[in-house]
Design a protein around this ligand. Sequence first.
Ligand SMILES: [Zn+2]
Length: 243
Amino acid sequence: MVLKTVDLLKSEIPIEEESVIITEDVKAGLVLVDIINGFCTVGAGNLAPREPNRQMTEMIDESARLARVFCDKHLPVLAFLDSHHPDKLEYPYPSHCITGTDESNLVPELRWIEKEPNVIIRRKDCYDGYIGSFEEDGSNIFVDWVKNNKIQTLMVVGVCTDICVLDFVCSTLSAKNRGFLNPLEEVVVYSQGCATFDFPASMARNTKDISPHPQELMHYVGLYMAKGRGAKIAREISFNSSK
Ligand SMILES: [Zn+2]
């Protein structure tokens, strides 16, 4: 039997996925990365899926479910929204998620969070939400959010697993290791709450700048890389009273 590449990867570089239980004695925060129309809604733009996609649909459902639990429990939520000036492209990708268009807005399943008092929205014009959180004066919205809310466990969901989610997780873990994010103790990437785009080799043959990007494989690689930086990878997340 010929193994698919992703099966081969899973046997050669297995990821231990955990069941993460959030108890009430640990302060948890949720970060939603770029769950916006331009990346997630069929036909919404140059980088949106061209047809319905199971991984993307599951990511939206699971992220919205988790956001609902966090809001019901009045736990802090931060949503990054990729939003670009029309004259500033983000190489190597084509124009996407221009500020003021519906591409750069949350997907319909998450628009309700904009009215929730525990949610802050941060528009960013780069891959990495940590970098995108810097203000002109050097302060950082994300760092302040972690500190002000005394977040110990950070849950991360969104798109793309191997690009903006991974970049954000890497920067956050480096900053945590340098002591910038106290009292943050752990970063958890929820695998079903993440997705990436599909751009198979057959389609990439005619493009100069964008490399092939098979969805299932790159999603797995993204989780593997996050795990390699010290993130926990969760296959399920549940909430429990501590006592
Ligand atoms: Zn972008």
